[in-house]
Design a protein around this ligand. Structure first.
Ligand SMILES: Nc1ncnc2c1ncn2[C@@H]1O[C@H](COP(=O)(O)OP(=O)(O)OP(=O)(O)O)[C@@H](O)[C@H]1O
Ligand SMILES: [Mg+2]
Length: 1018
């Protein structure tokens, strides 16, 4: 052979160490085989052995019958090559199974969507709404994996995610989020954790994935001293001398790539001390013959893998000469054969060689690559020529060609629905513009045109700040008199960006645009502006005229899509300001018309929005069943589902809201959590609402820890969102109720006060204000009761103060439809109850019978009838409890008993333990024995149980009372004449019986059940 010293093994034939990490991967695989979703995020520094671990694991998985699909992210990804790892996976699949077999796995048996990634699959879909196209593409990848994993388990490995392009990151997130529907798929993602600087785009992605239950994060550490030694043995084929082993560990610090490089050939440590890993890696290259090194230099400019023919073309060697030159590099384990070409064994080696190029050599090589590909695009994989050329010309610093290349590649990225990549390529065109005197002629598009394209890419990519800047720059170049339509369109876009960014001045843009495009200039353009204007609150009357004009124009022009949109907008305007509409009413008729029109032409997004509008309006009217059903139907049609997977979180919010009201709490919570996983980035507002829904169920069930967590997450999500009642107010309501459960009346009053300070409740939609007012009123009632019991004048005054403020708000609130009527009735009863308690102070129970209290009882009963009619069991149960308290206060024990008897099974069926506990407690205080059917399912609040309240023994109740007073175990022991150890045993029994995790929660639970109210022991 040419190079005798190459005989030593450069790497170990067996995997050293890594027992724990391998076990974790295998466990994930087992769980996938059992049908569960599972994803592993494997991080570690460069060269630490991520790829090695995964490839060894993959081999095991494959021999256990799994299909392993591997795709690597390329550094080129940051240069605008979209979906790189997925393209690689698909290409392998097509190679293995044939295009027809791949097509047969997809909906409609067509690969036109996937062809956007892989031109080998034929003509791609073009045109259409990019967001829909992208959603469809994501769905197709999902379906293909689903299909594959039906036959055998699939391991999808995405390597080097730190280089992942934005599109790949999105698709990966989508797949992991939807993994529940993919039983049999294990996703493994590797990335260099040492490259994740503070603003690295992978960081937020990892953080959001981390929150998913089935995602596991593994960090691969360096090898231990012992493993380092073991690796040396495996590489050398014999035991190393003691000093060698020590020195090796010292210098490599346990990084396997270092170890390999240090031991490279002759079993000795390289004598010189290389400055860095880079030098170390270069050493192994420098030992190779000069013509081999020359080829390596060429290949280093070609990227992570280069085809044989392309390498021959660029290096100017013929076939045989190239093979001869390459062979020593393969033997020395610097290059690996890959497909019909070569790849560097490790990316760091390629980087080292590439960085070592002289400046002139660097530019020249990249130009030669670009020219070779230009002359023969088949030298690179199909679909890659444009982006490869763009990359090479850019790296060669040839401005003119770099500009042309970026322009062409941008078009390619557009076809691949990779908006972010398209945007960065167009930005490059704009950047280079001034350096290329005849740029416009060369790409046959002027500067404004390129900017306009960039605006549209920014729109699709959700890059709103950049969008504003780009639109502004384009507008500066255009004259509205000469180009009214273009100007109007840019103004609409800029307005949309500003609105998304929460800026105020977005309406003026549209008003200006409207002036430029009268109907005789362009009906289509005018419709666009009108519809955008119609969505700018809050000038209802003007908006109505906008939308009516848009509808008329759309009809004239036969533009059904716009007409359907106008109808939906009109439906909202026709619903009253209470944002509700009963089934069969005018607004819902309009929605139905929109749906019919959209149905004709398959406008998915209109269908989706119609479902959103319908469920929203019905829910507002208290028609919960119909609303839940409308939301569910909206996600049903397979085609709509394609879009809804990525943009349908609103429907999930609506559905969860209705289910919550119906008392179908398990379904509500499941709907909300599934949507959080699936729509990892549904935007802060919807994300917040999903957490509020989940939090409401958790709070109702008494899981304060989970409820607190949900609330914090929702609060974080809404922090930077400008005020919108439909998002902020449900959270405010939850915050008040949470404070009441956790911290008692004082905390709840403080939360109510804050809410009243922050939001103009009287001026907000009654749909969202009423529930907040009710929550505040329950804080007031709880405050007054406690104040009465403890003769606490300050608490009484605070409660009365808040009551006054709530009163002022309530007077301003109108009431629309049966749901708001129920809320208003509840408020009226609570308000009257408040007056009673204030009048009766300090005798909190207000124990005299009078006409007034009889009227009050009737008020609560009326509210209960309203909730019953709406089918809302929780509100009904709460209202009955209030009614029972009042009945008791007038000495009507039978009246109290019958109401509690109704309320108890409602709470039990919901699993609403705190409410059940309050019901049981009131019954116990009044010495009312609830029938078994009423109380039997209420485990912790079971008043009839032999061992006392909540299943606690007398002793435990005593201990709990002291815990609630904030006493330590030692103090409790002193008080009860027991040892501190016994006290601590009592405390832990209490915690487990109450189902809480610490003393604070136990105290809060005791408070919320009013367990130690003076009257409760009377
Ligand atoms: N546990 C191990 N046993 C034997 N060899 C190993 C082990 N870990 C890594 N190696 C070897 O060390 C070298 C570097 O490992 P690998 O390529 O897996 O690193 P990596 O973490 O994937 O790095 P990068 O972030 O650069 O992709 C490889 O040649 C690999 O075979
Ligand atoms: Mg690797």
């Amino acid at each position: 052979m040419l190079i005798p010293e190459m005989s030593g093994r450069a790497s170990s034939p067996v995997l050293v160490g890594r027992v724990e990490q391998m076990a974790a991967l295998e466990a994930a695989f087992v769980s996938v085989r059992q049908g569960g979703p599972s994803a592993v995020l494997l991080g570690g520094e460069a060269g630490v052995g991520k790829s090695r671990l995964v490839s060894d694991f993959s081999r095991t998985a494959a021999s256990a019958g799994a299909r392993v699909l591997t795709g690597g992210c390329l550094e080129l990804g940051t240069d605008g090559l979209p979906f790189a790892p997925f393209t690689a996976v698909l290409r392998d699949l097509v190679h293995e199974m044939g295009a027809d077999a791949v097509a047969s796995m997809l909906p409609g048996r067509t690969t036109r969507g996937l062809a956007r990634l892989l031109p080998e699959l034929g003509e791609p879909d073009t045109g259409g709404d990019p967001a829909e196209a992208r959603a469809r593409l994501f769905e197709e990848v999902l379906r293909a994996l689903e299909h594959l994993s039906r036959h055998s388990p699939v391991v999808l490995v995405i390597e080097d995610a730190h280089w992942a392009d934005r599109s790949s990151r999105d698709l990966l997130t989508f797949l992991i989020g939807n993994q529940r529907s993919l039983s049999g798929l294990l996703i493994v993602v590797t990335f260099r954790s040492d490259e994740l600087h503070r603003t690295h785009p992978l960081r937020p992605l990892l953080a959001s994935l981390d929150r998913i239950a089935w995602v596991e994060r593994i960090e691969l550490p360096r090898l231990t001293r012992q493993d380092t030694r073991e690796l040396a043995v495996r590489i050398l084929g014999r035991e190393p001398a003691e000093e060698l082993a020590e020195a090796l560990y010292h210098r490599s610090e346990g990084n396997p790539l270092f170890i390999e490089a240090l031991l490279c050939c002759d079993g000795e440590l390289s004598p010189e001390l290389p400055e860095s890993l880079r030098d170390l890696l270069l050493e192994s290259v420098r030992r190779l013959p000069e013509d081999t090194q020359e080829v390596l230099r060429v290949a280093s400019a070609g990227g992570e893998a280069t085809g044989h023919a392309l390498l021959a073309e660029v290096s100017g060697l013929d076939d045989a000469a190239l093979t001869r030159a390459v062979r020593p590099a393969v033997i020395a384990n610097v290059l690996h054969p890959r497909g019909d070409g070569y790849a560097f064994r490790h990316e760091l080696i390629r980087e080292a060689v590439h960085e070592d190029l002289l400046p002139g050599e660097h530019g020249r090589l990249h130009s030669r690559f670009a020219e070779a590909i230009d002359a023969d695009p088949t030298l690179v994989p199909p679909g890659r020529a444009a982006i490869e050329m763009a990359h090479h010309w850019h790296s060669a610093h040839d401005s003119a060609w770099a500009l042309i290349g970026a322009w062409r590649a941008a078009a390619q990225a557009g076809r691949a629905v990779a908006a972010a990549e398209r945007l960065s390529l167009l930005a490059r065109v704009l950047e280079l513009w001034d350096q290329v005197p005849d740029a416009a002629e060369r790409i046959d598009a002027d500067h404004v045109r390129v900017t306009e394209e960039a605006v549209s890419a920014a729109h699709d990519a959700g890059e709103y700040e950049r969008g504003v800047a780009l639109a502004t720059s384009a507008l500066r170049e255009l004259d509205p008199a000469a180009d009214p339509v273009r100007v109007a369109h840019l103004l609409v876009r800029r307005s949309e960006f500003k609105k998304k960014l929460g800026r105020k001045d977005y309406v003026e843009e549209l008003e200006e645009a409207l002036v430029y495009v009268p109907a005789d200039v362009s009906a289509a353009s005018r419709i666009e502006v009108l519809l955008a204007l119609a969505h700018c609150p809050p000038k209802i009357t003007v908006e109505r005229s906008y939308v009516e004009e848009a509808m008329a124009l759309a009809r004239q022009a036969g533009d059904e899509a716009s007409e359907a949109e106008a109808l939906l907008t009109l439906a909202f305007f026709s619903a009253d300001p209470g944002q509700q509409a009963a089934s069969g009413s005018g607004p819902l008729e309009l929605v139905a018309q929109a749906r019919d029109l959209a149905g004709h032409r398959g406008g998915q997004s209109v269908l989706l929005r119609a479902a959103v509008a319908e469920s929203h309006l019905l829910e507002g009217a208290g028609e919960h069943e119909l609303a839940a059903e409308a939301a569910r139907r909206g996600t049903e049609g397979a085609e709509v589902q394609v879009v809804s997977r990525t943009s349908g979180s609103v429907l999930a919010v609506n559905r969860a809201e209705s289910l919550l009201a119906l008392g179908r709490w398990d379904e509500a919570e499941a709907t909300a959590t599934a949507a959080m996983d699936r729509f990892l980035a549904p935007g802060p507002m919807n994300r917040a609402l999903l957490h509020v829904m989940a939090g409401s169920v958790q709070l109702g069930r008494g899981d304060l820890t989970a409820a607190g967590r949900s609330m914090m997450t929702a609060r974080d999500a809404l922090r930077s969102v400008r005020y919108e009642d439909q998002h902020q107010l449900p959270l405010a309501r939850l915050e008040i109720l949470y404070a009441l459960a956790k911290g008692g009346p004082a905390a709840a009053l403080a939360a109510t006060s804050q809410t009243l300070d922050r939001f103009e409740l009287g001026g907000s939609s009654p749909r969202y204000s009423w529930p907040v007012v009710i929550a505040g009123a329950s804080a007031v009632l709880a405050g007054l009761r406690l104040a009465g019991l403890s003769h606490d004048e300050r608490l009484r005054d605070d409660s009365a103060g808040i009551a006054d403020r709530l009163h002022t708000v309530a007077e301003k609130l109108e009431t629309f439809g049966p749901l708001q009527r129920a809320l208003a009735l509840t408020y009226a009863a609570a308000d009257a109850d408040t007056a009673r308690l204030i009048a009766a102070f300090p005798d909190g129970s207000g124990s005299s019978a009078s006409d007034e209290t009889a009227g009050l009882l009737a008020a609560w009963d009326e509210a209960a009838v309203a909730w019953d009619g709406l089918g809302e069991p929780y509100s009904l149960g709460e209202t009955l409890l209030h009614a029972a308290e009042v009945a008791l206060a007038c000495g009507d024990r039978d009246g109290a008993a019958s109401r509690l008897e109704r309320a108890a099974p409602l709470a039990a069926a919901l699993g609403a333990q705190p409410l059940a506990g309050q019901i049981a407690l009131l019954a116990r205080r009044a010495r009312i024995r609830l029938s078994a059917s009423a109380g039997s399912e209420v485990a912790p609040g079971d008043a009839g149980a032999d061992d006392g309240e909540l299943g606690l023994t007398e002793r435990e109740l005593e201990v709990l009372r002291l815990v609630a007073e904030g006493r330590s175990n030692r103090e409790i022991a002193g008080e009860l004449f027991i040892s501190p150890k016994t006290a601590s045993v009592h405390v832990s029994n209490i915690l487990s019986k109450l189902g809480v995790s610490n003393r604070g929660e136990a105290a809060a639970r005791a408070r919320s059940l009013r367990l130690f109210d003076p009257t409760s022991t009377a």
